[in-house]
Design a protein around this ligand. Structure first.
Ligand SMILES: Cc1cc2nc3c(=O)[nH]c(=O)nc-3n(C[C@H](O)[C@H](O)[C@H](O)COP(=O)(O)O)c2cc1C
Length: 358
Protein backbone atom coordinates (compact mmCIF):
# COMPACT_ATOMS: atom_id res chain seq x y z
CA UNK A 1 0.00 0.00 0.00
CA UNK A 2 2.88 2.38 0.89
CA UNK A 3 4.60 1.52 -2.42
CA UNK A 4 1.45 2.30 -4.37
CA UNK A 5 1.00 5.65 -2.60
CA UNK A 6 4.65 6.53 -3.30
CA UNK A 7 4.19 5.71 -7.01
CA UNK A 8 1.00 7.83 -7.17
CA UNK A 9 2.91 10.74 -5.65
CA UNK A 10 5.74 10.37 -8.16
CA UNK A 11 3.29 10.25 -11.09
CA UNK A 12 1.42 13.34 -9.84
CA UNK A 13 4.46 15.54 -9.22
CA UNK A 14 6.52 14.69 -12.33
CA UNK A 15 4.56 16.86 -14.74
CA UNK A 16 7.33 16.60 -17.39
CA UNK A 17 6.97 12.82 -17.57
CA UNK A 18 3.35 11.98 -16.72
CA UNK A 19 0.14 13.68 -17.83
CA UNK A 20 -2.59 13.26 -15.20
CA UNK A 21 -5.14 15.99 -15.94
CA UNK A 22 -8.02 15.71 -18.40
CA UNK A 23 -11.23 17.43 -19.50
CA UNK A 24 -12.58 20.76 -18.38
CA UNK A 25 -14.03 21.94 -15.08
CA UNK A 26 -16.38 24.37 -16.81
CA UNK A 27 -14.95 27.38 -14.95
CA UNK A 28 -13.70 28.76 -18.29
CA UNK A 29 -17.35 29.03 -19.39
CA UNK A 30 -18.13 31.48 -16.57
CA UNK A 31 -17.31 35.17 -16.20
CA UNK A 32 -17.86 37.82 -13.58
CA UNK A 33 -19.71 40.91 -14.81
CA UNK A 34 -16.98 43.54 -14.36
CA UNK A 35 -17.80 46.67 -12.39
CA UNK A 36 -16.04 49.89 -13.34
CA UNK A 37 -17.75 51.70 -10.44
CA UNK A 38 -17.45 49.19 -7.59
CA UNK A 39 -17.67 51.93 -4.91
CA UNK A 40 -15.40 49.87 -2.63
CA UNK A 41 -11.94 50.37 -1.14
CA UNK A 42 -9.57 47.37 -1.40
CA UNK A 43 -9.02 47.67 2.39
CA UNK A 44 -12.70 46.90 2.88
CA UNK A 45 -12.56 43.56 1.07
CA UNK A 46 -12.87 40.77 3.65
CA UNK A 47 -12.03 37.29 2.32
CA UNK A 48 -12.37 35.59 5.71
CA UNK A 49 -15.00 32.99 6.49
CA UNK A 50 -15.79 30.21 8.98
CA UNK A 51 -15.17 26.49 8.51
CA UNK A 52 -15.36 23.64 11.06
CA UNK A 53 -15.61 26.07 14.01
CA UNK A 54 -12.53 28.04 12.93
CA UNK A 55 -12.20 31.46 11.37
CA UNK A 56 -10.07 31.19 8.20
CA UNK A 57 -8.54 34.14 6.31
CA UNK A 58 -9.67 32.92 2.91
CA UNK A 59 -12.01 30.17 1.72
CA UNK A 60 -9.46 27.63 0.52
CA UNK A 61 -8.11 24.31 1.82
CA UNK A 62 -5.44 21.80 0.95
CA UNK A 63 -7.27 18.70 -0.23
CA UNK A 64 -6.62 15.14 0.97
CA UNK A 65 -3.37 13.68 -0.32
CA UNK A 66 -0.42 11.91 1.18
CA UNK A 67 1.03 9.88 4.05
CA UNK A 68 2.26 6.32 4.48
CA UNK A 69 5.50 6.63 2.49
CA UNK A 70 8.68 8.54 3.40
CA UNK A 71 8.13 11.06 0.57
CA UNK A 72 4.49 11.40 1.56
CA UNK A 73 5.42 12.12 5.18
CA UNK A 74 7.86 14.83 4.10
CA UNK A 75 5.20 16.44 1.91
CA UNK A 76 2.56 16.12 4.65
CA UNK A 77 4.76 17.86 7.20
CA UNK A 78 5.49 20.79 4.89
CA UNK A 79 1.87 21.07 3.79
CA UNK A 80 0.76 21.15 7.42
CA UNK A 81 3.43 23.73 8.37
CA UNK A 82 2.42 25.95 5.45
CA UNK A 83 -1.28 25.54 6.23
CA UNK A 84 -0.74 26.58 9.82
CA UNK A 85 1.25 29.65 8.76
CA UNK A 86 -1.32 30.63 6.13
CA UNK A 87 -4.24 29.83 8.47
CA UNK A 88 -5.92 27.47 6.00
CA UNK A 89 -7.38 23.97 6.61
CA UNK A 90 -5.34 20.93 5.58
CA UNK A 91 -6.31 17.38 4.66
CA UNK A 92 -4.23 14.21 4.54
CA UNK A 93 -4.22 10.97 2.55
CA UNK A 94 -6.15 7.87 3.55
CA UNK A 95 -5.45 6.64 7.11
CA UNK A 96 -6.35 3.06 6.09
CA UNK A 97 -2.74 1.96 6.55
CA UNK A 98 -2.98 2.86 10.28
CA UNK A 99 -5.37 -0.05 10.77
CA UNK A 100 -2.57 -2.41 9.65
CA UNK A 101 0.47 -0.77 11.26
CA UNK A 102 0.80 1.94 13.86
CA UNK A 103 4.40 2.62 12.78
CA UNK A 104 3.35 5.45 10.47
CA UNK A 105 1.02 7.14 12.99
CA UNK A 106 3.21 10.28 13.02
CA UNK A 107 2.75 10.67 9.21
CA UNK A 108 -0.88 11.41 9.90
CA UNK A 109 -0.64 13.23 13.24
CA UNK A 110 -0.69 16.58 11.48
CA UNK A 111 -2.57 18.32 14.29
CA UNK A 112 0.76 18.43 16.14
CA UNK A 113 2.20 20.51 13.29
CA UNK A 114 -0.93 22.51 12.46
CA UNK A 115 -2.65 23.11 15.82
CA UNK A 116 -4.35 26.38 14.80
CA UNK A 117 -6.24 25.28 11.68
CA UNK A 118 -8.82 22.60 10.85
CA UNK A 119 -7.08 19.29 10.11
CA UNK A 120 -9.02 16.60 8.25
CA UNK A 121 -8.37 12.84 8.29
CA UNK A 122 -9.32 10.71 5.29
CA UNK A 123 -10.69 7.20 4.71
CA UNK A 124 -12.26 5.37 1.76
CA UNK A 125 -15.98 4.67 1.41
CA UNK A 126 -15.27 0.93 1.30
CA UNK A 127 -13.31 1.16 4.57
CA UNK A 128 -16.11 3.03 6.35
CA UNK A 129 -18.32 0.11 5.35
CA UNK A 130 -15.83 -2.61 6.35
CA UNK A 131 -13.91 -1.23 9.34
CA UNK A 132 -15.19 -1.26 12.92
CA UNK A 133 -16.76 2.15 13.61
CA UNK A 134 -15.50 1.95 17.20
CA UNK A 135 -11.93 1.58 15.91
CA UNK A 136 -12.42 4.40 13.41
CA UNK A 137 -13.86 6.78 16.01
CA UNK A 138 -10.97 5.92 18.34
CA UNK A 139 -8.40 6.57 15.59
CA UNK A 140 -9.76 10.02 14.65
CA UNK A 141 -9.75 10.90 18.35
CA UNK A 142 -6.09 9.90 18.65
CA UNK A 143 -5.29 11.96 15.54
CA UNK A 144 -7.05 14.98 17.15
CA UNK A 145 -8.57 15.95 13.79
CA UNK A 146 -11.48 18.33 13.21
CA UNK A 147 -13.29 16.25 10.56
CA UNK A 148 -13.22 12.86 8.86
CA UNK A 149 -13.26 13.02 5.06
CA UNK A 150 -14.70 9.94 3.36
CA UNK A 151 -13.60 9.52 -0.25
CA UNK A 152 -15.69 7.88 -2.93
CA UNK A 153 -13.50 6.59 -5.78
CA UNK A 154 -15.19 3.69 -7.60
CA UNK A 155 -13.64 4.81 -10.93
CA UNK A 156 -10.10 4.65 -9.61
CA UNK A 157 -10.66 1.35 -7.78
CA UNK A 158 -11.97 -0.36 -10.93
CA UNK A 159 -8.70 0.42 -12.69
CA UNK A 160 -6.45 -0.70 -9.84
CA UNK A 161 -5.53 -4.38 -10.24
CA UNK A 162 -5.69 -4.70 -6.43
CA UNK A 163 -8.67 -2.31 -6.17
CA UNK A 164 -12.13 -2.86 -4.67
CA UNK A 165 -14.99 -4.07 -6.84
CA UNK A 166 -17.92 -3.98 -4.44
CA UNK A 167 -19.37 -0.55 -3.72
CA UNK A 168 -22.70 -1.60 -2.21
CA UNK A 169 -23.67 -0.53 1.31
CA UNK A 170 -21.40 2.53 1.50
CA UNK A 171 -24.16 5.12 1.83
CA UNK A 172 -25.78 3.27 4.74
CA UNK A 173 -22.40 2.87 6.44
CA UNK A 174 -21.83 6.63 6.14
CA UNK A 175 -25.24 7.23 7.71
CA UNK A 176 -24.44 4.86 10.58
CA UNK A 177 -21.10 6.55 11.24
CA UNK A 178 -22.70 10.03 11.12
CA UNK A 179 -25.34 8.86 13.62
CA UNK A 180 -22.59 8.34 16.22
CA UNK A 181 -21.81 12.09 16.06
CA UNK A 182 -18.17 11.26 16.84
CA UNK A 183 -16.82 13.93 14.47
CA UNK A 184 -18.10 16.03 11.52
CA UNK A 185 -18.05 13.94 8.34
CA UNK A 186 -17.21 15.33 4.91
CA UNK A 187 -17.75 13.18 1.81
CA UNK A 188 -15.73 13.79 -1.34
CA UNK A 189 -15.15 12.22 -4.73
CA UNK A 190 -11.62 12.07 -6.12
CA UNK A 191 -12.12 13.78 -9.47
CA UNK A 192 -15.29 12.45 -11.12
CA UNK A 193 -17.84 14.53 -9.17
CA UNK A 194 -20.98 13.75 -7.15
CA UNK A 195 -24.38 14.29 -8.72
CA UNK A 196 -27.00 16.56 -7.10
CA UNK A 197 -29.34 13.77 -5.92
CA UNK A 198 -26.38 11.97 -4.31
CA UNK A 199 -25.33 15.21 -2.62
CA UNK A 200 -28.88 15.54 -1.26
CA UNK A 201 -28.83 11.91 -0.05
CA UNK A 202 -25.45 12.34 1.69
CA UNK A 203 -26.55 15.55 3.43
CA UNK A 204 -29.72 13.77 4.49
CA UNK A 205 -27.55 10.98 5.95
CA UNK A 206 -25.95 13.50 8.32
CA UNK A 207 -22.85 14.47 6.35
CA UNK A 208 -21.70 17.99 7.32
CA UNK A 209 -20.24 18.95 3.92
CA UNK A 210 -20.15 17.31 0.51
CA UNK A 211 -17.04 18.13 -1.51
CA UNK A 212 -17.90 17.84 -5.20
CA UNK A 213 -14.32 16.87 -6.29
CA UNK A 214 -15.46 16.97 -9.90
CA UNK A 215 -13.75 16.38 -13.22
CA UNK A 216 -11.47 18.69 -15.14
CA UNK A 217 -8.37 18.24 -12.97
CA UNK A 218 -6.48 15.19 -11.78
CA UNK A 219 -8.04 12.10 -13.36
CA UNK A 220 -7.31 9.07 -11.18
CA UNK A 221 -8.02 6.53 -13.90
CA UNK A 222 -5.32 8.30 -15.87
CA UNK A 223 -2.96 8.22 -12.88
CA UNK A 224 -3.57 4.47 -12.59
CA UNK A 225 -3.05 4.09 -16.35
CA UNK A 226 0.59 5.08 -15.90
CA UNK A 227 1.08 1.95 -13.76
CA UNK A 228 -0.49 -0.36 -16.40
CA UNK A 229 0.70 -2.31 -19.41
CA UNK A 230 -0.31 -1.08 -22.90
CA UNK A 231 -3.42 -3.28 -23.27
CA UNK A 232 -4.91 -2.21 -19.93
CA UNK A 233 -3.95 1.40 -20.57
CA UNK A 234 -6.04 1.55 -23.76
CA UNK A 235 -9.19 0.69 -21.76
CA UNK A 236 -8.36 3.24 -19.05
CA UNK A 237 -7.75 5.98 -21.61
CA UNK A 238 -11.38 5.74 -22.76
CA UNK A 239 -12.23 7.42 -19.44
CA UNK A 240 -10.28 10.57 -20.27
CA UNK A 241 -13.46 12.65 -20.48
CA UNK A 242 -15.41 10.80 -17.76
CA UNK A 243 -17.01 12.58 -14.84
CA UNK A 244 -19.13 15.55 -13.85
CA UNK A 245 -17.29 18.86 -14.30
CA UNK A 246 -16.86 20.69 -11.00
CA UNK A 247 -18.44 24.00 -12.04
CA UNK A 248 -21.42 22.25 -13.66
CA UNK A 249 -22.25 20.36 -10.44
CA UNK A 250 -21.89 23.52 -8.35
CA UNK A 251 -24.12 25.52 -10.69
CA UNK A 252 -26.70 22.72 -10.62
CA UNK A 253 -27.08 22.58 -6.85
CA UNK A 254 -24.70 24.48 -4.53
CA UNK A 255 -27.12 27.35 -3.89
CA UNK A 256 -29.80 24.81 -2.95
CA UNK A 257 -27.63 23.62 -0.03
CA UNK A 258 -26.23 26.75 1.66
CA UNK A 259 -23.06 26.13 3.70
CA UNK A 260 -23.07 22.40 2.88
CA UNK A 261 -21.13 22.16 -0.40
CA UNK A 262 -17.37 22.43 -1.01
CA UNK A 263 -15.74 22.93 -4.38
CA UNK A 264 -12.72 20.99 -5.67
CA UNK A 265 -11.50 19.06 -8.66
CA UNK A 266 -9.40 20.92 -11.23
CA UNK A 267 -9.28 24.29 -9.42
CA UNK A 268 -6.01 25.83 -10.48
CA UNK A 269 -6.06 29.53 -9.59
CA UNK A 270 -7.69 32.35 -7.64
CA UNK A 271 -10.40 32.96 -10.22
CA UNK A 272 -11.49 29.30 -10.05
CA UNK A 273 -11.81 29.81 -6.27
CA UNK A 274 -13.78 33.07 -6.70
CA UNK A 275 -16.13 31.45 -9.23
CA UNK A 276 -16.67 28.44 -6.92
CA UNK A 277 -17.79 30.74 -4.11
CA UNK A 278 -20.03 32.73 -6.48
CA UNK A 279 -21.66 29.43 -7.49
CA UNK A 280 -22.52 28.85 -3.81
CA UNK A 281 -19.64 26.78 -2.40
CA UNK A 282 -18.50 27.41 1.20
CA UNK A 283 -14.82 26.66 0.57
CA UNK A 284 -12.63 25.62 -2.35
CA UNK A 285 -9.92 22.94 -2.27
CA UNK A 286 -6.96 22.02 -4.42
CA UNK A 287 -4.76 18.94 -4.48
CA UNK A 288 -2.38 18.81 -7.47
CA UNK A 289 -1.25 22.49 -7.36
CA UNK A 290 -0.35 22.15 -3.67
CA UNK A 291 1.53 18.86 -4.00
CA UNK A 292 3.50 20.26 -6.93
CA UNK A 293 4.24 23.50 -5.05
CA UNK A 294 5.42 21.68 -1.92
CA UNK A 295 7.56 19.22 -3.87
CA UNK A 296 9.21 21.96 -5.92
CA UNK A 297 9.66 24.69 -3.29
CA UNK A 298 8.64 23.35 0.12
CA UNK A 299 6.72 25.51 2.61
CA UNK A 300 7.61 28.71 0.70
CA UNK A 301 6.12 27.31 -2.50
CA UNK A 302 2.81 26.62 -0.77
CA UNK A 303 2.75 30.04 0.89
CA UNK A 304 3.46 31.77 -2.44
CA UNK A 305 0.55 29.89 -4.06
CA UNK A 306 -1.81 30.85 -1.22
CA UNK A 307 -0.68 34.48 -1.48
CA UNK A 308 -1.34 34.55 -5.24
CA UNK A 309 -4.82 33.06 -4.75
CA UNK A 310 -5.52 35.66 -2.05
CA UNK A 311 -4.46 38.54 -4.32
CA UNK A 312 -6.64 37.34 -7.18
CA UNK A 313 -9.62 36.59 -4.93
CA UNK A 314 -9.53 40.07 -3.32
CA UNK A 315 -9.17 41.72 -6.72
CA UNK A 316 -12.02 39.70 -8.26
CA UNK A 317 -14.22 40.55 -5.27
CA UNK A 318 -13.55 44.27 -5.63
CA UNK A 319 -14.02 44.19 -9.40
CA UNK A 320 -17.37 42.44 -9.05
CA UNK A 321 -18.56 44.57 -6.13
CA UNK A 322 -18.43 41.93 -3.38
CA UNK A 323 -17.05 43.18 -0.04
CA UNK A 324 -17.45 39.87 1.83
CA UNK A 325 -17.57 36.15 1.09
CA UNK A 326 -21.34 36.27 1.75
CA UNK A 327 -21.61 39.00 -0.93
CA UNK A 328 -19.54 36.90 -3.31
CA UNK A 329 -21.90 33.94 -2.76
CA UNK A 330 -24.73 36.18 -3.97
CA UNK A 331 -22.87 37.43 -7.07
CA UNK A 332 -24.36 35.99 -10.26
CA UNK A 333 -21.95 34.84 -12.98
CA UNK A 334 -22.41 35.11 -16.74
CA UNK A 335 -22.66 31.58 -18.14
CA UNK A 336 -22.03 30.48 -21.73
CA UNK A 337 -24.93 28.78 -23.52
CA UNK A 338 -23.16 25.34 -23.64
CA UNK A 339 -22.53 25.61 -19.88
CA UNK A 340 -26.19 26.36 -19.19
CA UNK A 341 -27.13 23.38 -21.35
CA UNK A 342 -24.78 21.10 -19.41
CA UNK A 343 -26.31 22.21 -16.10
CA UNK A 344 -29.86 21.63 -17.27
CA UNK A 345 -28.92 18.28 -18.82
CA UNK A 346 -27.31 17.17 -15.55
CA UNK A 347 -30.44 18.15 -13.65
CA UNK A 348 -32.70 16.43 -16.16
CA UNK A 349 -30.78 13.16 -16.09
CA UNK A 350 -30.27 13.29 -12.34
CA UNK A 351 -33.95 13.97 -11.62
CA UNK A 352 -34.94 11.08 -13.87
CA UNK A 353 -32.60 8.76 -11.96
CA UNK A 354 -32.96 10.20 -8.46
CA UNK A 355 -35.42 7.52 -7.38
CA UNK A 356 -32.52 5.05 -7.46
CA UNK A 357 -30.39 7.21 -5.18
CA UNK A 358 -32.79 7.85 -2.37
C1 LIG B 1 -0.72 12.82 -4.80
C2 LIG B 1 -2.19 12.75 -4.54
C3 LIG B 1 -2.67 11.83 -3.59
C4 LIG B 1 -4.06 11.76 -3.31
N1 LIG B 1 -4.49 10.90 -2.34
C5 LIG B 1 -5.80 10.97 -1.95
C6 LIG B 1 -6.27 10.25 -0.81
O1 LIG B 1 -5.53 9.51 -0.15
N2 LIG B 1 -7.58 10.39 -0.47
C7 LIG B 1 -8.44 11.20 -1.17
O2 LIG B 1 -9.61 11.35 -0.80
N3 LIG B 1 -8.02 11.86 -2.26
C8 LIG B 1 -6.73 11.77 -2.65
N4 LIG B 1 -6.31 12.52 -3.74
C9 LIG B 1 -7.33 13.19 -4.58
C10 LIG B 1 -7.46 14.66 -4.31
O3 LIG B 1 -7.86 14.91 -2.98
C11 LIG B 1 -8.46 15.35 -5.27
O4 LIG B 1 -9.77 14.93 -5.00
C12 LIG B 1 -8.18 15.10 -6.73
O5 LIG B 1 -6.79 15.02 -6.98
C13 LIG B 1 -8.79 16.18 -7.62
O6 LIG B 1 -8.34 17.48 -7.26
P1 LIG B 1 -7.19 18.26 -8.10
O7 LIG B 1 -7.66 18.34 -9.52
O8 LIG B 1 -7.05 19.59 -7.43
O9 LIG B 1 -5.93 17.44 -8.00
C14 LIG B 1 -4.95 12.60 -4.02
C15 LIG B 1 -4.44 13.53 -4.95
C16 LIG B 1 -3.10 13.61 -5.22
C17 LIG B 1 -2.62 14.61 -6.25
Amino acid sequence: MAGRKAKHLEICVRADEYEVETGSTGFDQLRFAHRSLPELNLDQIDTSTRFLDHSVPLPIFISSMTGGSAEGFRANKDLARAANQAGIPVGMGSIRILFRTDEVFEHFHLKKIAPDVPVMANIGGVQIRDLSHDALAEMVKRLEVDALVVHLNPGQELFQPEGDRDFAGIRDAIRRFCDRRAIPVIVKETGFGIRPSEIAALLDAGVRYVNVAGSGGTNWVKVEAHRMDDAQRAAAMEFDEWGLPTAVVLAACAHRFPDRVLSSGGLRNGLDVAKSIALGATMAGMALPFIRAVTADGVDGVLALVERIHTVLRSAMLLSGAATIADLQRTPLMQSAPFRDSVSELLRVDTAASGENR
